[in-house]
Design a binder for this molecule. Structure first.
Ligand SMILES: O=C[C@H](O)COP(=O)(O)O
Length: 250
């Protein structure tokens, strides 16, 4: 039985004071969360703050990106082992904003996935199509290509130790959530695709949905058979919203 995972992606938001208020609210309210897990993926400079605030709490933490390189002359980059130093459990890889705004191609995303796993992190691999790709009826092709790039270097055994987040780009930050049926169809496609390599890995793979998830629509989305929680952007910045979304995953 898969346990649902709700992860907040704070993106480039927050300050020491704002984070403190948010984390101080999350810790007690999520202490009783059962049958589901939760995490927050915070900006790099706040990893130490997250580590201090969340140590021993029922909320894991992670980063939003990492370098594909282990160490070296890569100015401005952050390695997987540095994230481990700060107690991270998760690292997002291939978020659509990284792909679209920072030119991360499938091969780079796959290399980051491997680097994260090599250091002991659980990568959350983000996949999803743009509006033009959906309208061009190539959603499955795009998602398959993004998955294949990772399968090619990490194998299905690598995928077994990861989380996949399906995030249709047109639903991110737009208020346009995919309908539960639209999301379910792609989640089922992803699981079937992984099942071609291993039925066991496919059955155990946590596949989150991301894109304008809110307290008001979370329960419906999470009730679909292949939707195993969510990757939450905007709503993760509100303790009330994020806690309600986590509870909807129970
Ligand atoms: O990583 C999170 C997603 O990009 C979703 O963001 P959103 O909930 O603000 O639409």
């Amino acid at each position: 039985m898969r346990e649902k995972l709700v992860a907040g992606n704070w993106k480039m938001h927050g300050s020491l004071a704002e984070n403190k208020a948010l984390l101080d609210a999350l810790v007690p309210q999520l202490a009783s969360l059962k049958g589901a897990s939760c995490a927050v993926c915070v900006p790099y400079p706040y990893l130490f703050q997250a580590q201090q605030a969340l140590q021993g709490a029922n909320v894991a933490w992670g980063a939003q990106n990492l370098s594909q390189h282990e160490k070296g002359a890569f100015t401005g980059e952050v390695s997987a082992s540095m994230l481990v130093d700060f107690g991270c459990k998760y690292a997002l890889v291939g978020h659509s904003e990284r792909r679209a705004l920072y030119g991360e191609d499938d091969a780079t995303v796959a290399a980051k996935f491997v680097a994260a796993q090599k250091a002991g992190l659980t990568p959350i691999l983000c996949v999803g199509e743009t509006l033009a790709e959906r309208e061009g009826n190539i959603t499955e092709q795009v998602v398959a290509r993004q998955l294949d790039a990772v399968l090619a270097v990490a194998g299905v055994a690598g995928l077994a130790k990861s989380v996949v987040a399906y995030e249709p780009v047109w639903a991110i930050g737009t208020g346009k959530t995919a309908s539960p049926e639209q999301a379910q169809a792609v989640h089922a496609f992803i699981r079937a695709k992984v099942a071609e390599a291993s039925a066991d890995v496919a059955a155990g793979l946590v596949i989150q949905y991301g894109g304008s998830v809110k307290a008001a629509n979370a329960a419906q989305l999470f009730s679909m058979p292949d939707i195993d929680g969510g990757l939450i952007g905007g709503a993760a910045l509100s303790a009330e919203e994020f806690v309600a979304i986590c509870r909807a995953a129970q």
